[in-house]
Write a protein that binds this ligand. Structure first.
Ligand code: FAD
Length: 140
């Protein structure tokens, strides 16, 4: 048994944000069945997602996600062994980030205010997980 946490970014194809509801529905259904937990953030056409669970289940789900035509340019930021889950309350939590978050979170705004800035996020280890955890708490 090996618990892993995978974080990636990707770009929504087209501008149909209504697709996100369908993505979430199948994510919650499948992740509950497969013992996965996680969080999906959306900002200006970009996704930042964390998946955690048994390595085989995370990898199989990520392979399926990569083949989904509703997004493209999937880039793994980290895949690490973890001793415990960080998102155990969510089979797949979701937040859309907007101007209110740019104003209330100036420390993190440069990483998401025009969509997720992959280069800046890669250059600051830990910041992707910090943002995912912050938004999973639902207080902002
Ligand atoms: P269904 O949801 O029943 O879908 C059947 C097939 O049709 C799938 O192959 C699906 O990819 C495709 N499909 C459905 N609607 C559309 C559409 N409008 N346009 C193009 N293709 C479509 N899945 C998870 O299980 N867990 C996750 O955490 C997860 N996160 C995701 C995050 C993002 C950003 C995206 C884009 C997708 C995510 N998915 C996730 C969905 C994943 O890519 C698969 O679509 C899903 O796992 C397939 O589930 P299913 O076999 O129950 O098929």
């Amino acid at each position: 048994m090996s618990l892993v946490q995978l974080i990636y970014v990707s770009d929504l194809v087209g501008d149909n944000e209504a697709e996100i509801a369908a993505i979430l529905k199948s994510s919650v259904r499948n992740n509950s069945k497969n013992g996965l937990t996680g969080m999906l953030l959306y900002s200006h056409g970009n996704f930042l997602q964390v998946l955690e669970g048994e390595k085989d289940a995370v990898d199989a789900t990520y392979q399926r996600i990569c083949q989904d035509a509703r997004h493209r340019n999937t880039i793994v930021l980290t895949e690490e062994d973890v001793t415990q889950r960080h998102f155990s309350n969510w089979s797949m939590g979701y937040r859309q980030l907007g101007p209110e978050h740019v104003a209330s979170l100036p420390k993190y705004a440069p990483y998401f205010q025009y969509g997720f800035d992959t280069s800046a996020i890669k250059a600051k280890p830990g910041v992707a997980l910090e943002m995912l955890e912050l938004f999973s708490q639902g207080m902002i």
